[in-house]
Design a protein. Structure first.
Length: 347
């Protein structure tokens, strides 16, 4: 049975209440509590971001290349009384699998002159906002890695939330699920919805010393029917080759409000594999997408129902897949390792 975290925590998604493990999470890299604000500082940010903790979430901005950007981080105090902590922030070029070895050396400095933001709650059930924003100029990336992931870590005396040193995928998935003191945000806002198409790359990998089976999925929110979505890995290694196309429509609708379509493809990745996964989406001719439409691309590891990590897994039916398709005819689940959300802004 899930237990309730009892310290300062950051949400993986709106509605995350700090349960351990977070088996209800729908994303691990869309935290509403990591707030990129762009190059303009927010006045009275402590009051502002505490006051709109439950939304509307309309204040996230693109990070601007060649400029210093402000990034605010907040949390919620579930400790039984007053509590203090420190929040650290890291960055990495975007990838669907953010094992710690690729980002622990990339720490963002805070504008208070230290490596962390201080948070202080005077009572239980109180929103806390870092005492100062993080201040960061993103390094230039090649076009194939033109986005960043941000990872936040809150440290208290009772819950130091140490970052694991290894890259065992099951342990990583469990660590994310079991640590409400860790949050990730990985959101791109593009100026126009694909007109007629949009394409971008995300890193995928299998750091294990053995080959393993993985599932790559797309979750489309308010994306018009008839939109064609394609995943392609342009290098050899995955079996079968990853070149998967699906059309958004009634056959893959999983929720009507908001309109949500989901689908995925399965492949075995060789040991010590690293590559890029290209997402392409094309709208039907003459069709426009509503403001805020989004596509979340996710990487899962497929494991047996007897796995020690199965309790944090997702049933493949969520993505219109069968147990046979993920390699476990007698039952199996998908461990969410990472995701990336493209939010299309047509304003």
């Amino acid at each position: 049975m899930p237990t309730q975290y009892a310290d300062i925590y950051m949400r993986d998604f709106p509605g995350d209440t700090g349960l351990i493990p977070s088996t209800t999470r729908v994303s691990v890299s869309s935290s509403p509590d990591i707030i990129p604000a762009g190059p303009t500082a927010i006045q009275n940010y402590g009051t502002y971001f505490a006051g709109n903790y439950n939304g509307p979430f309309t204040y996230y901005q693109n990070l601007q290349q060649n400029l210093f950007n402000y990034i605010y981080v907040r949390g919620f105090n579930l400790f039984g009384g007053a509590q203090t902590g420190k929040i650290y922030l890291y960055y990495t070029p975007s990838s669907l699998l953010l094992q710690p070895s690729i980002w622990t050396g990339n720490q963002i400095q805070n504008s208070n002159g230290s490596a962390f933001a201080n948070v202080s709650a005077t009572a239980t059930n109180q929103v806390v906002v870092g005492d100062a924003p993080f201040h960061w100029q993103p390094p230039v990336l090649p076009a194939s890695q033109g986005h960043y992931c941000l990872i936040a870590q809150v440290v208290t005396t009772q819950d130091p939330n140490p970052i694991p040193s290894g890259d065992n995928l099951g342990e990583f998935a469990q660590w994310v699920a079991d640590h409400p003191g860790i949050a990730m945000r990985n959101v791109t806002v593009v100026n126009t919805m694909p007109a007629p198409s949009y394409s971008s790359f995300q890193g995928i990998s299998n750091p294990s010393s053995t080959q393993d089976m993985f599932t790559f999925t797309a979750t489309c929110v308010n994306i018009p029917d008839g939109t064609v979505v394609n995943f392609m890995c342009p290098v050899t290694g995955p079996v079968p080759v990853i070149n998967f196309t699906q059309t958004v429509g009634p056959t893959n609708l999983i929720n009507s409000n908001p309109k949500t379509n989901a689908f995925g493809t399965v492949a075995t990745l060789p040991a010590n594999f690293n590559a890029q996964l290209q997402l392409s989406s094309t709208l039907p001719t003459g069709v426009s997408a509503p403001f805020g439409s989004q596509i979340t691309v996710s990487q899962f590891q497929d494991v047996a129902s007897t796995s020690p990590y199965a309790h944090i897994g997702v049933d493949p039916s969520r993505f219109n897949l069968t147990h046979e398709q993920i390699g476990f005819a007698d039952g199996g689940v998908m461990l969410l390792l990472g995701d990336y959300t493209y939010v299309f802004d047509v304003s």
